[in-house]
Write a protein that binds this ligand. Structure first.
Ligand SMILES: Cc1ncc(COP(=O)(O)O)c(C=O)c1O
Length: 487
């Protein structure tokens, strides 16, 4: 006699509905026949009657059974009768597969922004429209002919873009790359995805920074990877921690965002960079260097990437136009040994035949254009200006209730709230007042931290947004302290 499995993650009522559906489809209960009563089934299966009621409701919602008061539950004639019309159970499919959904806070933020585009947005990690080179790109698009060939292109990426990147990487990042060592991806996100899916296997152990952007990506768990944390202090992650994670867990790869790290804004200390590369080469351990923010360095002197110091080839380097030009272009790249580029290009062929050639053509033109450098100069100044607006507003609205280290590049301000409040309640209160931010726990920190992205909101709404956030925080703390602990 079948009984539901109480250890299973699937709710009891769903197990019962599945079980009954199977018995119906095997003909045990023909169309029009009466199912056992709720009370009887509950007894047989050793569950509460309310659980059977839920199971019947599930079957009713799928049109498999019909109930009439006083005459029990019967197998539907239309669904299982002569002219069956079976609607797939889409919600079950939607819950299936091995790809995990985004973390709940991120989904909540996305929904809030979709419902109310007027929210002051300190959550989306991207540039506002006025910081993106829209005029420059529009002018390029009207000057150049983009449609001479619109077939499938090389899945490794459009050749002139890879050539433009060879020059860009040399000039701006001190990285010696060749066209064949570059893979163009749909943003750096796809580079991370390809690495986790194609170069690692389920069960492999990897190290990620804590807190970090990687921590917010369920894609690591979807790939079945075991994650180990590298705590980030004000100088970045500690190379010795990598050695001990290797000894204890045989980690296979390390993911780092060394320049103006998301979310903390930290720059990995130069001495640690050297030690990190020593440890990596000693252990034969690959480092994935995710470097989307370096050219936003407000002083115009971006920290040198690990890849430029990498004598033995330990580093897979990932870059992007998202944070320095426009996230909607979806242009990212990876610099890797040719065997890796080939392997990942082959995967691209299976996934999507490579990125659309049009944004690649636009990106190649933009990188080579005389507008690129002036755009970067303007962007840096404006980001710094917006950073200062957020800091000024926080000092005015929340003196003593928020601590932070002032970032010297990037898009984010990482704040510790004092005293600690409930992340979810704070986000809800903020959304109600018209502002969104990302709770720090999304990035792996303890509760009590928040990330404010200052690049996305219009400059003239930053003060208003922080004032709304401050109201939401005060509602929870019931405080309006004046102790100033900003540093
Ligand atoms: C550290 C880091 N890496 C990668 C990405 C993905 O960016 P994209 O795919 O737009 O290049 C982000 C986006 O926020 C990020 O912060």
């Amino acid at each position: 006699m079948w009984k539901p499995d109480r250890q299973s993650k699937q709710p009891l009522y769903e197990q019962i509905a599945d079980h009954l559906e199977r018995r119906i489809s095997y003909g045990e209960f023909p169309p029009g026949s009466l199912l056992p009563s709720e009370r009887k089934l509950a007894e047989q299966l050793g569950v509460n009657r309310s659980t059977v009621i839920l199971a019947f409701a599930e079957l009713r919602s799928m049109g498999i059974v019909e109930s009439r008061t006083g005459s029990g539950t019967r197998v539907s004639m239309t669904k299982w009768g002569a002219t069956p019309k079976h609607t797939p159970n889409w919600s079950r499919y939607a819950e299936g597969g091995s790809f995990l959904p985004n973390v709940p806070f991120m989904r909540k933020i996305r929904e809030a922004l979709a419902q109310n585009p007027g929210l002051v947005d300190f959550a989306s990690g991207e540039l506002s429209a006025d910081l993106a080179p829209i005029e420059e790109i529009t002018a390029l698009m009207s000057r150049h002919r983009y449609t001479s060939y619109l077939g499938y292109d090389n899945p490794q990426g459009y050749s002139p873009l890879r050539q433009a990147l060879v020059a860009y990487l040399q000039q701006y990042r001190g990285i010696q790359a060749t066209e064949s060592s570059i893979l163009i991806t749909s943003g750096s996100q796809q580079s991370l995805y390809l690495v986790t899916q194609c170069l690692l296997s389920p069960g492999d152990a990897v190290a990620i920074e804590d807190p970090s952007y990687c921590y917010s990506l369920p894609m690591f768990q979807s790939a079945g990877l075991r994650l180990f944390r590298l705590p980030v202090d004000r100088h970045g992650a500690r190379p010795e921690d990598i050695r001990s994670l290797y000894k204890k867990h045989r980690i296979k790869m390390v993911f780092m965002n060394p320049n103006f790290q998301n979310p903390t804004g930290t720059v990995l200390d130069m001495e640690r960079r050297r030690q990190l590369l020593d440890v990596a080469s000693e252990l034969g351990l690959p480092i994935v260097e995710d470097d989307p923010f370096s050219l936003t360095a407000y002083d115009g002197a971006p920290p040198s990437p690990l890849k430029a110091m990498d004598a033995v080839g330990s580093v897979l380097y990932i870059g992007s136009l998202s944070k320095i030009a426009a996230s909607g272009l979806r242009i990212g790249w990876m610099v890797a040994p040719h065997s890796i580029v080939e392997r990942l290009a082959d995967a691209r062929q299976q996934m999507d035949f490579g990125l659309s050639v049009i944004p690649q053509q636009v990106a190649a033109q933009f990188l080579k254009s005389p507008d690129f450098q002036p755009h970067l100069d303007r962007l840096r100044m404006q980001l710094q200006f917006k950073r200062d607006l957020v800091i000024e507003a926080l000092r005015k609205e929340l003196p003593g209730l928020v601590r932070f280290t002032i970032p010297q590049g990037g898009l984010h301000l990482w704040c510790k709230l004092e005293p600690e409040v409930h992340d979810g309640k704070l986000l809800e209160g903020a959304i109600r007042r018209g502002v969104v931010f990302v709770p720090g726990s999304v990035y792996g920190s303890d509760s009590g931290f928040v990330r404010f992205t200052f690049a996305r909101a219009p400059a003239d709404r930053i003060g208003e947004g922080i004032a709304k956030f401050a109201e939401a925080l005060r509602e929870l703390t019931g405080e309006s302290s004046v102790r100033n602990s900003t540093e």
